[in-house]
Design a binder for this molecule. Structure first.
Ligand code: SAM
Length: 260
């Protein structure tokens, strides 16, 4: 078999630590009624653990050089698609209905946010995700208001998921070693996701965080400021606050006041 040289442009840092691989694979228990999706199986380091589970497995790999290796995993419960995950209509790739769908993956870091946004936009019901991401990005996922990592994406993720950082992974666990520390995060879908128009909510959040140094009032000029300031005052929050000071719950409250 030809030696495969890692492509930096595809975020190829292959995980070689078997203990970590096994821990990632066992982060969710799945049954034969479930599906696991792996984005970027690469040379199958994680796939070989995921395939041992009773659930079906759907993998997306952009690099066709992996074909020979990955096709050796093929069987009736495994489906490997050699394509750009971001271009796929995930719903169309599902063979049937599943009780739970989990995403378990060591994803390419350069497209972490687009991957998660693509999953959210696909509107498939994901029970949970375990993702190996850059440590700094993991900190953004679970950041608290008033911290430097808190922003649009933090609030969006909190709308859908409970977020846990499971453990850190050192660069030496990969070949080639990335320059940064990594963290395994687990996102578990909330039992009750608040019902709102997600397009309007996303637009509202993007506006609120559009210019970090500016006040909420400055960033939300296109919305009814009287209504917003009433909510802020009622909750003892300064009308001169910035978006980064507001919790997810507060954003929902303001959103509902504007749009109801
Ligand atoms: N899962 C393997 C492991 O842990 O060793 C590989 C992980 S490596 C960080 C990321 C993988 O994602 C690579 O195999 C890369 O080719 C693949 N990849 C990069 N961009 C992709 C995309 N847009 N769609 C699907 N796979 C992609």
């Amino acid at each position: 078999m030809k030696k495969i040289i890692a492509k930096k442009s595809l975020g190829q840092n292959f995980l070689k630590d078997e203990v970590i691989l096994e821990k990632i694979a066992s982060s969710f228990d799945s049954t034969e009624k479930d599906l696991i999706i792996e984005i970027g199986p690469g040379m199958g380091a994680l796939t070989k653990y995921l395939i041992k589970k009773p659930s079906e497995l759907l993998c997306y790999e952009i690099d066709k050089r992996m074909q020979d290796i990955l096709l050796s995993f093929n069987c009736n419960k495994v489906n490997i698609i050699f394509d750009d995950f971001l271009k796929r209509n995930i719903k169309n790739d599902l063979k049937r209905n599943y009780e739970n769908i989990y995403i378990i993956a060591n994803i390419p870091y350069y497209i972490t946010t687009p991957i998660i946004e693509h999953i959210i936009d696909s509107e498939i019901n994901i029970t949970g995700m375990t993702l190996l991401v850059q440590k700094e990005v993991a900190e953004r996922f679970s950041a608290k208001p008033n911290s430097k990592n808190y922003g649009y994406f933090t609030v969006l993720l909190q709308h859908y998921y409970k977020i846990e950082s499971l453990f850190n992974v050192k660069p030496s666990a990969f070949v080639p070693s990335p320059k940064v520390m990594s963290t395994v995060v687990r996102l578990i879908k909330k039992e009750k996701v608040i019902d709102l128009d997600i397009c309007l909510f996303k637009k509202f959040l993007k506006r609120a965080f559009s210019q970090k140094r500016k006040t909420l009032k400055n960033n939300l000029k296109e919305y009814d400021w009287q209504k917003i300031s009433d909510v802020l005052i009622k909750n003892n929050i300064s009308v001169n606050c910035r978006a980064e000071e507001l919790s997810y719950e507060m954003f929902v409250l303001i959103y509902k006041t504007i749009f109801n």
